[in-house]
Design a protein. Structure first.
Length: 180
């Protein structure tokens, strides 16, 4: 299971002061945060935001752990694994492309066999695999499909989590990284 392997050290004071991303719920409910993150990962609109803006907005949801076990290079790879890259986004801009997603199912922690077989390295680290119903719209038509995405959430009592809420520390959209 692709989870950070180093134990948490201490909470990075600068990270504590960072503001939450737009739309990121301030909650200790890891399921709620995982579902919101999954929807955000698969939602964009070329009519209202550029590729860079969509990428940057989602990037603010990903909180790098102090030990660096979840680097932004993984974020970039997994963001592109959703089928969204600069070239595709540019071509969809011309046809007023947009994508939305709704949660169909979410399985978390002990509901995932891989999580049970390889438990997280510290208390407060949770994994949810969320199945989404995705709808892509363009002036040329509509495409619908379902897709899983695994969300890794760090919550209290983890030393690396804010004291009052959970944070998204990773997501996996590539088929070989999904946690089942």
């Amino acid at each position: 299971m692709p989870l950070p392997t180093k134990p948490p050290t201490t909470l990075n004071a600068a990270a504590e002061q960072l503001t939450r991303a737009v739309g990121e719920p301030a909650t200790r409910d890891f399921r709620q945060l995982a579902e919101a993150a999954a929807r955000a990962i698969y939602t964009w609109d070329t009519r209202t935001a550029t590729y860079s803006q969509s990428y940057a907005a989602l990037r603010t949801w990903w909180h790098v752990l102090p030990d660096g076990s979840n680097p932004l290079t993984i974020f970039a790879q997994q963001f592109e694994a959703t089928g969204t890259n600069a070239a595709a986004y540019a071509s969809l801009t011309g046809v007023h492309g947009r994508r939305s997603a709704r949660v169909v199912n979410a399985s978390c922690d002990a509901q995932l066999a891989q999580y049970v077989q390889e438990p997280p390295p510290w208390a407060g680290l949770h994994v949810c695999t969320v199945t989404l119903a995705v709808t892509e719209h363009a002036s040329s038509g509509t495409n619908q499909y379902t897709v899983p995405v695994s969300i890794v959430v760090n919550c209290p009592p983890a030393a690396t989590a804010p004291v009052d809420r959970c944070q998204v520390v990773a997501f996996y959209a590539a088929p070989d990284r999904i946690v089942y």
